[in-house]
Design a protein around this ligand. Sequence first.
Ligand code: SAM
Length: 258
Amino acid sequence: MPAGLKRRLYLAARDVRHPGPALERRRIRAEVASFLGGRDLLVEYEREVRDSGLMEHLLQKGREHHDAVVATGAGHSLGAIGYTEGVYLYAVQRMVRPEVVVETGVANGFSTAFSLLALKANGAGHLHSIDLPREVGRDYEPGTFYEGEGRAGIPPGSEPGWLIPQELKERWTLILGRSQDELPPLLERLGTVDTFMHDSEHSFDCMWFEFNAAWPALRPGGVLVSDDVNSTEAFGRFAAQEERQPVRLAPGMALLRR
Ligand SMILES: C[S@@+](CC[C@H](N)C(=O)[O-])C[C@H]1O[C@@H](n2cnc3c(N)ncnc32)[C@H](O)[C@@H]1O
């Protein structure tokens, strides 16, 4: 059975078993469709992702990650956004048609792959990603990472974004380091940004710092996306500060339009 069909059957069976979360997913899907300008556009973007083969590629790489990282039992995870959120992120990037995209938090490269796939489909744009990778099997100085979060790990000897298909990397620049150090000079260098996505350190201080650094650099109509919006109060407080209504892409992922 093709992977896409298998996944759709699995999702349909899950919705029958758990109607509450299914209703929530339908509400989120409606929010995304409304943001994009209609359900037809979302369906079209979903078809583009299906036709690209990215899902099958990521499933295969997810299995490789499981064997090299999760199965070691050292407590590391893939730490990635889900497929549905990935497709919504793709749709947002297709709609915004950004020239300049900035992202913090790459790890194995799920969100990065969906954004890069959108830039390829747009035929325009460049993604600048900042990541402080946690490589499985390496020792780090105590305090290198904020420990109040999941431990997304990359396989020994790999680079952040190792699972991104090679042909998508043309429109990508990776900066290694802490976003607290690397984001201000990057934004200074780029000037204006069309899309910003936070998925690095989910401490209040880091999220608050990133949102307040990126927002003034966003062009009017540009979009700030954040994963793990419920992990601290930072996203809710920032939305209130800027008087913006969040558009949800998942229960824990949302965007604000500048
Ligand atoms: C949740 S993972 C990113 C997942 C990725 N967006 C995806 O969908 O696959 C978070 C990443 O941010 C990195 N990180 C942690 N603290 C950071 C910091 N202060 N600055 C930059 N990256 C950081 C982690 O090591 C990890 O690689």
